[in-house]
Design a protein around this ligand. Sequence first.
Ligand code: ZN
Ligand code: MG
Ligand code: ZN
Length: 509
Amino acid sequence: MNRRDLLKAGALAGAAAAASHLPGLGAIRAARAALPGAVEAGGWRESRNLIFLVLDGTGYEDMAAASLFSRRVLGRPLLLERVLSAGQYGSMDPQSLTAVVTDSAAATSAWATGRRVVNGALSQLPDGRDLTTILQLARDQGRATGLVTSTRMTHATPAGWVARVAARGMEEEIAEQYLAFRPDVLLGGGRGPFEAETRSDGRDLVAEFREAGYDVIHDEEGLEAATGDRLLGLFTDRDLHLPYEVDRRFQNAPSPSLTTMTTKALQHLGDRDGGFVLQVEAGRIDHANHRSDLGAALWDWIAADEALDVILTFMEIQNDTILIVAADHDTGGGAVYGFGPGYRASTPAFETLGGVRASHEWLFREVIVPGVSPENIQDAVQEYLGVMVPDSNAEIMARVVAGERGNREVQRGHPNAHASQPGNTLAKLITISPDGSPDRPNVSFSTSHHTAGLVPVAVLGPSVAPGSLGFLENTEIFHIMCAALGVRFENPGMTEAEALEVAGGGRGA
Ligand code: ZN
Ligand code: MG
Ligand code: ZN
């Protein structure tokens, strides 16, 4: 059964007939309000459904790399390119309330509430005032709600749509707030904050979710079979995220794909009378970029693009759906750079990424472990990443893995190894050719942290004419969503100075 049939098969049987093209693009334009920083609600027609696809930790350079990867390795353009062309497309400034570089918690809070908060906080001002989230407003209108993520369920990006906490690490509290909120669909990883054995208070939230009418699911088969009114899918133990897409796909790491989860969520939510709001997060692009692992980041980009395929198919069936696609911030400052005569070496170097069959995380956990010889490292890198590392680098890697050499020492020994985590140093030893040959990807990362880079945002739907969103703050997404849902709401806010007075700038990312 193809995706289209899958979507139509289940809950969507009664939906309107499908069109054979992208959602019809009406004449209603998004009118930016006269007041800076606001989008006039009247410029958007209320839609039945809202889908928000988050690409966590990815900026324009990554989008370029993903576009190149999709075209050159997979032989097709990214579907996201169609969305950017057919809808409204803008550049978003992702700062948080008190820092020019945001973390995921403040970023998700900004679009979920229309207010910036300090890094680490979820939809709560630094003086402790809870903000109202767009998902709350949607639920109060009678819409169904859902959160799908490839991270653990209680991680910051999905949590900010529901939970109001001072610190994103309060994940047991976040799980409790999910239970109180009762979203119709919760699909992600990390059973730890839900289970009695692992919770600090011994409370059995899984049982409480069951009592509240949830099908609690632990694997892909269970997900396919689930028919309950509400779904709680927790596909990994403890605090684990779902596997990287590259490991799921090529190393059989067990997990439903983002596409499978998105399909199930749309089947489940698509026939609700009042419409729905669904967030889908490709959450591990960020994690790969933190480790300078572009191959893993690119496959998680592809996972997001495949989920987008399902979403666009759904939008053909239920035309009255608005789609927002956004990144929350850039991570890593990675870039495909030009080198060699006429920059021609850049192309074969980039195309070596087509040989990636595992994430660095998987490789350094499963194969390249303490005690492994330099020769075995060379073989493993060849087999799983498709490139050859020279003897000298393999020797350094063996010693780093064995814990014999520290990060600083390695940095001195390798001209291109300048990063703040051992994982980044190892990544550089694998991916950068000091002699300028195109036998490895030669993609540079400027940091293992987030950056202040602008990020893309796009809006697509029947009431959205092609055009520009221009330059916008991340908080403006909230106003776009309010307009798309036909609600008017303004949360209280604080200035940066007020926040610094109260919170001293907030927690770190
Ligand atoms: Zn993030
Ligand atoms: Mg995230
Ligand atoms: Zn991050």
